[in-house]
Design a protein around this ligand. Structure first.
Ligand code: SF4
Length: 432
C-alpha cells in the first residue's frame, strides 16, 4: 500500500481532455508505489512554480560509460532534505530495442515485471533517441535492473558524446517497399561499433539510422549523421491487378491530382494503349482496357510517392540496394540539415556487401572522431571543412551531382590550369 496522495489540482486538469493522460497512468501506478506518489508531488510543484527540479549527476553500471540518465531532485528543505524523499532519485535506463522494434508479448510482459520490481513501472516505447526508456529508478536499483534486462538479451543504449542507439524501420517483415535487410544492416553496423556506444569518447553524438525505402519511416535523412536508405536502380515493377483496382476505385481526377501532379520529376504520364512506345527504361501499368500509366524510369528519383498511392500496383525494381547520406541533424549551430548523398547506390545482399557498409561506417566514425570539434555534429563538421575534404578523408569519390548550387562568382582564377592540362596530356600519351 502506497503513501497518501498529495493534492494535485494542476495535474488533474491534464486528465480532463479527450486524450489518454499520462497523469492517469501515473496515478494508477501510485496506488501501489510511494515512489510514484512523490513523483506526482514533485511534478505538481513544477507545474505550480513553472520550474524543473531535476539535476544530473553520475550513475552507471559496471563496464559501461553511458546509457543511464541520472536525475536527482533539487527540491530540498532548509536542512537539505528532499521534499519528496521517495522520488529523490529518478534515473532513466536507455535500453536498445530490437532492430525494427519487433517484440513478442512474453518479452514485453517480462520487461514490465522487471520495471515493476526495480523501477517506477513507467516505460516509454520509444523515446526520441530510439531507446526503450525505463524511467524512474533509484541509484541502488540501477545495477540489478540492468542485470535483469541484460539477462533477457537486452543491452544499454547510448547517451552523451557517443555512438547513439540506432533505429531501423519495421522493414521487410511487414512492408513491400523494403529494399534491403534493414535489421541485418543495423545489427551488423551497431555491433561492430558497440565500444563507441558504451564508452563515450567521441566529440559529440553520432547516429546511424536505417530506412528500407524513400519513405524514410525512421527520419534517417533529417535525424541521423549516417542515413542508409533503401532504393533500386532498374525499372519499377508493375502489378496490373492492383493498378486497375486503384483506377477503378479512384478514377482520373485522383490519379492526376494525387499521383501525376505530385511526381517531383514529372516522370509519369497517362496514355492510350495505342500510343505507348515500349523502351528499355519505361514501365507501363494497365489502368483499364484502354488507358496506361507510363513511367519513365530514367527521370524517376525513387521518391516512392506514386508507389505509396497506387499501393501494390507499383513496386520497387528487382535490382535493389541502398543510398547513403551523411550529415543530417536537428537544429544546432548551422540550423537543421538534411543528409547529403555520398553513395548513390550500393548493393546490400551478400556478406561482402554488409562488410563494405561496415567498413565505410567505421571510416566515417573514425574521421568524425579525429576531425570534429567538441559539440559538433557530422553535418556541421562537413560544413566547416568542406564536403570534398570529408569525401577524401573517408575514401569516397567526388561526384558532380554533389554540387550544392552553381557558382555565383563569375571570376575564376586560372593559375596552374595550363600546367594541369599539360600533365593530363602527358599522362594520356604515356598510357597510349
Ligand atoms: Fe515520380 Fe519516381 Fe517519385 Fe514515382 S517514385 S513519384 S515516378 S519520382
Amino acid at each position: 500500500m502506497a503513501k497518501k496522495m498529495y493534492d494535485t489540482p494542476l495535474l488533474d486538469q491534464l486528465e480532463s481532455g479527450p486524450w489518454p493522460s499520462f497523469v492517469t497512468g501515473l496515478k494508477r501506478l501510485a496506488k501501489d508505489k510511494s515512489y510514484v506518489v512523490d513523483l506526482l508531488g514533485q511534478l505538481e510543484t513544477s507545474y505550480r512554480t513553472r520550474k524543473g527540479y531535476w539535476k544530473g549527476g553520475t550513475v552507471g553500471v559496471f563496464g559501461y560509460g553511458g546509457g543511464v540518465i541520472p536525475r536527482f531532485t533539487e527540491l530540498k528543505d532548509e536542512n537539505e532534505k528532499p521534499l519528496f524523499p521517495e522520488a529523490a532519485e529518478f534515473h532513466t535506463l536507455r535500453v536498445q530495442p530490437p532492430a525494427g522494434m519487433h517484440y513478442d508479448t512474453a518479452t514485453l510482459r517480462k520487461m514490465c515485471d522487471v520495471w515493476e520490481k526495480y523501477g517506477s513501472g513507467l516505460i516509454a516505447f520509444h523515446g526520441q533517441s530510439g531507446d526503450i526508456m525505463f524511467q524512474g529508478c533509484t541509484t541502488d536499483n540501477v545495477q540489478p535492473a540492468f542485470d535483469a534486462l541484460n539477462e533477457m538479451g537486452f543491452d544499454l543504449g547510448g547517451a552523451g558524446p557517443a555512438l547513439r542507439t540506432s533505429m531501423s524501420c519495421v522493414g521487410a517483415a511487414r512492408c513491400e517497399l523494403s529494399c534491403y535487410n534493414e535489421a541485418k544492416a543495423l545489427t551488423s553496423v551497431i555491433n561492430a561499433n558497440l565500444d563507441d556506444m558504451h564508452r563515450p569518447a567521441l566529440p559529440y553524438k553520432f547516429k546511424f539510422k536505417f530506412s528500407g525505402c524513400g519513405n524514410d519511416c525512421v527520419n534517417a535523412i533529417q535525424r541521423s549523421d549516417f542515413a542508409v536508405i533503401g532504393t533500386w536502380r532498374d525499372n519499377m515493377q508493375i502489378n496490373n491487378g492492383y493498378a486497375r483496382k486503384y483506377y477503378a476505385e479512384h478514377g482520373m481526377t485522383d490519379l492526376v491530382n494525387d499521383v501525376i501532379a505530385r511526381c517531383p520529376t514529372k516522370a509519369i504520364q497517362v496514355m492510350k494503349k495505342s500510343e505507348v512506345k515500349s523502351a528499355p527504361h519505361v514501365s507501363v501499368a494497365e489502368l483499364d482496357d484502354e488507358l496506361r500509366l507510363v513511367i519513365d524510369n530514367k527521370d524517376c528519383v525513387r521518391c516512392v510517392h506514386c508507389l505509396n498511392v497506387i499501393r501494390g500496383g507499383l513496386l520497387p525494381g528487382k535490382d535493389r540496394g541502398i543510398s547513403i547520406l551523411v550529415g543530417g541533424k536537428g537544429v544546432l549551430k548551422i540550423g537543421a540539415t538534411m543528409g547529403t548523398v555520398v553513395v548513390p547506390f550500393m548493393k546490400m545482399e551478400s556478406d561482402e556487401d554488409f562488410e563494405k557498409l561496415n567498413e565505410l561506417a567505421r571510416n566515417v566514425l573514425d574521421f568524425f572522431a579525429e576531425n570534429a570539434l567538441e559539440h559538433e555534429r557530422t553535418g556541421e563538421m562537413i560544413d566547416r571543412i568542406g564536403l570534398v575534404n570529408f569525401l577524401e578523408g573517408v575514401g569516397l569519390p567526388v561526384d558532380a551531382n554533389m554540387v550544392l548550387e552553381p557558382r555565383s562568382n563569375p571570376y575564376v582564377r586560372t593559375d596552374g590550369w595550363d600546367e594541369e592540362v599539360a600533365k593530363v596530356k602527358a599522362q594520356k600519351s604515356a598510357a597510349a
